[in-house]
Design a binder for this molecule. Structure first.
Ligand code: PRX
Length: 668
């Protein structure tokens, strides 16, 4: 390890005692100025949720038609603002047009430098300009046959057109499903098949660390893939709209593929926003679950927008002069809610950056903060740990004094990283909001309010308005403060998922059967004496790798789809940078020799099946996997082996002790 790299400890936060009260001058100028004020509003929101949310929805959003009922709840199905009509794009754009916000920057975009040493491209798009671009592109979508209720798959790099595409879908009432640009052709095909999308919006390529990611080529491949019965997965696709970005060579299939810029010449900029039902689907976003294929999380219109608008304002204490930078990719829920919909609904300026944090050099983020005068930075603990490792000299090269608030999301933040973020990036003056939420929750659920809540490194602290979390035991009873348990949410909230696309049963089973009458988050948690929630990670078979949820079952099924693999089990081990790393235990078919080339082949195979994010960090070969008498793989043991810890616990039910010994003693 080079001298400037500090070891990062990720496990010691349970003993954390330090408390950081909100800075006085920050509180004075913030929307919620004290803990007492927060508690009063929170208690009101829990005592009479319908009155609270009804008031918020009326004040925050423009409705074409008012709702008849705030909430209709038939567990586990919620409807919010029943009978109300509105449009998300209208609320993010049109409503600002006759206000001083019209000519304010909606998006500031920094592109990745195509060549090291050269500055990245930049674009500033005002609300008026964005409105025009969205209307034009909405007309392009219509011209290409996309209608209200149809699904469109978006597979784009982090360019402003990604936001344009999302908003254009929302404008015409189509449902978008964004697929992260790091996912493979197979993932694209699976998502098209599940959502039955009619149209794909993609780019020739995107830039990543100077290389070109061949997005269009992946789409071409996705459109040829079959399921195991030989049926074409993406047969619903009629059109592919291609943005020119990387200028790499691509194939254009006549009759199917059209260029974004050519289509623009054929439309005008007049496109009225569709009047959508409050419960009309807005987007589907696929995420990993503990079993099988990814789940299509469904979010709808009115409730989602109220929650993300309100949470953006209060959690980030948004002020008129802020420049808000959420570093998440548009392919994840954080990008949906806090790059696009939340900031734009508030008339804020949202910064988008196309590339990697260390390209061309590890100071890229700090260069951007200084260049534009970013005031609020929202990023992930895994990125913060990487910055720590790269050394303080990189942030120290830049003037970060414009920053006034910092945020984190995606996984528990270890106190060392929290303190580093606070001191090195925040100059000890910026509060940190550690925000807990999920793809399913749509918006932030547990979080400090920066002017009100004293923070402690490692905890997301207290619930947001209208959110009633509890830590319970296996029977669903609340556990005493200080004890660990399952984190559940007791009451419906406006931005909750409405279901899994096309699978009512799985929705019920995955979220509403574990603890009766409550939404089960899949996370373990404890509450301290002050009622603060400390998330301790997932308790199902989902790993959090560099802030991304990856289902172990998904990686296992990718591995066994390779003809050399007989059986595979995937577990997590603690990792300094990523939080967790993926370790695969693989039994090869008879006659296949275990060696480095098979290991490489399998890692690439997983990248092809799912995407590079899911590549196992280690692959360990075994003659057989340790199993109980009933044939269950003993994951607890595999985790211990993967972590390199001593094997503990009862192993008497193991079928073959030799297997264990072999696994723990050698790599091959
Ligand atoms: O385990 C929790 C962790 O990330 C999971 C949700 O992942 P995903 O749906 O991909 O959404 C990530 C961005 C919202 C949660 O179940 N998680 C998220 N935020 C935190 C967290 N764990 C601890 N602290 C957080 N602030």
């Amino acid at each position: 390890m080079p001298a400037n790299e500090k070891p990062v400890n990720i496990t010691s936060y349970l003993q954390e005692e330090r408390v950081f009260p909100p800075p006085k001058d920050f509180s004075k100028r913030s929307h919620i100025k004290s803990l007492a004020h927060y508690r009063k509003l929170y208690n009101d929101s829990i005592r009479s949720p319908e009155a609270f949310w009804g008031r918020q929805a009326k004040n925050e959003l423009v409705w074409f038609k008012p709702w008849k009922k705030v909430l209709q709840w038939k567990e586990p199905f919620a409807k919010w603002f029943v009978g109300g009509k509105l449009n998300v794009a209208y609320n993010c754009l049109d409503r600002h047009l006759n206000t001083p916000t019209a000519n304010k920057a909606a998006l500031i975009w920094e592109g990745e430098p195509a060549t090291p040493g050269k500055p990245g491209e930049e674009r500033t798009i005002t609300y008026k300009q964005l409105h025009r671009e969205v209307c034009q592109f909405a007309n392009v979508l219509k011209r290409n046959g996309l209608k209200r209720g149809d699904r469109a798959l978006i597979y784009l790099p982090m360019v402003p057109e990604a936001a344009v595409a999302m908003l254009a879908c929302a404008r015409i009432g189509a449902v978008h499903s964004v697929v992260f640009g790091g996912f493979s052709a197979q993932s694209v095909a699976d998502r098209i098949h599940d959502s039955q999308a009619r149209l794909v919006i993609t780019a020739d390529g995107g830039f990543r660390r100077g290389a070109v990611v061949p997005l269009k080529k992946n789409v071409d491949e996705a459109l040829t893939l079959n399921d195991e019965r030989g049926n074409l997965l993406a047969k619903t696709i009629e059109k592919v709209i291609v943005l020119r970005r990387a200028c790499n060579e691509v194939h254009i299939e006549a009759g199917r593929d059209v260029w974004w810029h050519r289509e623009l010449d054929r439309v005008d900029a007049h496109c009225p926003a569709e009047k959508m039902d409050s419960e009309a689907p807005l987007f589907i976003l696929y995420t990993s679950g503990s079993t099988g294929k990814p789940k299509g999380i469904l979010h709808t219109t009115g409730g989602y927008l109220v929650h993300v608008k309100l949470s953006t304002r209060y959690v980030f204490d948004l002020q008129e002069t802020d420049l808000f930078w959420c570093t998440a990719d548009i392919g994840w829920v954080t990008g949906h809610s806090y790059v696009v919909y939340g900031p734009l609904a508030n008339g804020a300026t949202s910064l988008m950056y196309e590339g990697a944090p260390n390209f061309p050099e590890p100071d890229r983020f700090w260069r951007i903060v200084e260049k534009y005068g970013v005031t609020i930075l929202y990023t992930a603990p895994t990125a913060i740990r990487a910055f720590m490792k790269w050394g303080v000299e990189w942030p120290k090269k830049h003037d970060l004094s414009s920053l006034r608030l910092l945020g984190t999301v995606g996984e528990p933040i270890n106190p060392e990283a929290w303190i580093w973020y606070h001191e090195t990036i925040g100059g000890k003056r910026c509060p940190i909001v550690d925000t807990w939420w999920q793809t399913e929750t749509g918006g932030i659920m547990i979080t400090p309010l920066p002017g009100a809540t004293p923070t402690k490194p490692g905890t997301a602290t207290l619930p947001f308005f209208g959110v009633l979390p509890e830590v319970v035991d296996d029977k669903g009873n609340p556990v005493p403060r200080g004890s660990g348990g399952k984190l559940v949410i007791r009451k419906p909230w406006p931005s909750m998922l409405r279901g899994l696309w096309g699978d009512r049963k799985r929705y019920q089973e995955a979220y509403w059967s574990e603890v009766k009458g409550s939404y089960f988050t899949g996370d373990g948690c404890r509450q301290d004496k002050d009622g603060y929630f400390w998330i301790v990670g997932r308790i199902d078979d989902v790993l959090n790798v560099a802030g991304h949820r990856i289902g172990t079952a998904e990686v296992e099924s990718a591995l066994v789809s390779n003809h050399k693999v007989a059986e595979a089990a995937v577990v997590g081990r603690p990792d300094e940078l990523k939080g967790q790393a993926l370790v695969a235990f693989v039994t090869l078919k008879g006659g296949v020799k275990a060696d480095q080339s098979v290991r490489d082949e399998l890692r690439n195979h997983v990248a092809k099946e799912i995407g590079p994010v899911a590549k196992p960090d280690d692959i360990r070969f075994a003659e057989a996997l340790p199993k109980t008498r009933s044939g269950k793989i003993m994951r607890r043991l595999l985790k211990q082996i993967a972590a390199g810890t001593e094997i503990k616990g009862d192993t008497t039910t193991l079928e073959d002790f030799n297997v264990l010994a072999r696994l723990s003693s050698s790599e091959e």
